[in-house]
Design a protein around this ligand. Structure first.
Ligand code: AHG
Ligand code: MN
Ligand code: MN
Length: 322
């Protein structure tokens, strides 16, 4: 079986990018270790702090963020980082070639119930003469990503990543090495499985209400098929399911916070997941345009997300008149 580094070399990935991915994986293995220890290490529960977005942090949100920050600050490869759990961008090595944005622990409401969580990362090049302590350096569209991926901490610890040459899955062995376990993943073009938090139904926009009402009618409705539903409340786990067997995932704008475009974050969740989904032949849109074409204006910006099997995402676009 091929190790992660061997596989990336075969793909002619530049040596500095391979080194950065390996560093990120060293951090993720440490996070995996903390998650394995769980209650034994006294690290479950809330941290009694809020992040810049006003969300209560879990202890493990803070621990995972600190592990990634420390790892990425101790290399000359990284000019700076931006994290869901940091108020401002963090400058690292002024000579660093890359910027890294990440969601250190995604799905963190699942930690205390021992259900899958993940780490999401996106790698950009640091623009020449940019200041990695300032937002402007990071405000690049998803199309500029040089690599993106996630680590799913589930029954197995799995890395799923792309450098723009397809999407590949690696499983962490007991010897601490990631091995290639699925190459060139493709999302099935059609699906009968949807994921949306139905408790927000009354807050959705009319096109989303109409689409979900129609799909709930099953084979008797205008969409002509019977759908199944899943909601894990962990985007990493939902995207992993969709990459594995297809489906559609939606976290659209809703009227609970009308001034925000959505709940999920463009730089830490929307863009990296969109890169993976597009590389696997799926689509990822904000109900109007491809998420990777959104020009970010702030690092903590939110985005409406509809992603997954191409034909189903395009059905949702049609409900929005696109
Ligand atoms: P995070 O734990 O990083 O804040 O992200 C949680 C996200 C995403 O993973 C998931 O799809 C969604 O929030 C769940 O939201 P609800 O609890 O509103 O369903
Ligand atoms: Mn998240
Ligand atoms: Mn998070």
């Amino acid at each position: 079986m091929l190790r992660l580094t061997q596989f990336l070399k075969q793909q002619e990935t530049p040596a500095d990018l391979i080194e950065l991915v390996n560093l990120l994986m060293a951090a993720c293995k440490e996070i995996d270790g903390k998650l394995q220890d769980g209650a034994l290490a006294g690290i479950l529960g809330a941290a009694e702090t809020e992040n810049v977005q006003g969300e209560t942090q879990k202890k493990l949100d803070v621990i995972a963020n600190d592990i990634l920050k420390l790892t990425l600050s101790n290399t000359n490869l990284v000019a700076g980082l931006a994290s869901e759990e940091e108020d401002d961008p963090v400058a690292c090595d002024p000579e660093g070639k890359f910027l890294v944005t990440f969601d250190p622990l995604d799905g963190s409401s699942n930690i205390d119930i021992n259900v899958s969580v993940g780490t999401i990362f996106s790698i950009l090049e640091a623009p020449n003469d940019s200041d990695p302590a300032q937002q402007a350096a990071y405000l690049q569209s998803g199309r500029k990503q040089v690599a993106a991926g996630y680590v799913l901490y589930g029954p197995s610890c799995i890395l799923v990543m792309t450098t723009g040459n397809g999407v590949h899955m690696f499983t962490l062995g007991s010897n601490g090495e990631f091995y290639l376990t699925r190459e060139s993943v493709q999302v099935p073009q059609t699906t009968k499985e949807f994921a949306i938090n139905m408790s927000n139904q009354r807050f959705w926009d009319q096109p989303v209400k109409d689409y979900v009402a129609d799909l709930l009618q099953g084979e008797e409705g205008p969409l002509g098929k019977r759908y199944n539903m899943r909601w894990i409340a962990s985007m990493v786990a939902e995207v992993h399911r969709i990459l594995t067997r297809g489906g559609i995932f939606m976290y659209p704008w809703d009227s609970r916070a009308p001034q925000k475009p959505g709940k999920l974050r463009l730089m830490y969740e929307g863009n990296p997941m969109s890169f993976l989904i597009e590389q696997a032949g799926g689509r990822s849109v904000n109900t109007q345009i491809d998420i990777m074409d959104v020009e970010p204006e702030q690092i903590h910006e939110r985005v409406s997300v509809v992603l997954g099997s191409k034909e189903e995402v395009e059905t949702v676009l049609r409900y929005h008149g696109n």
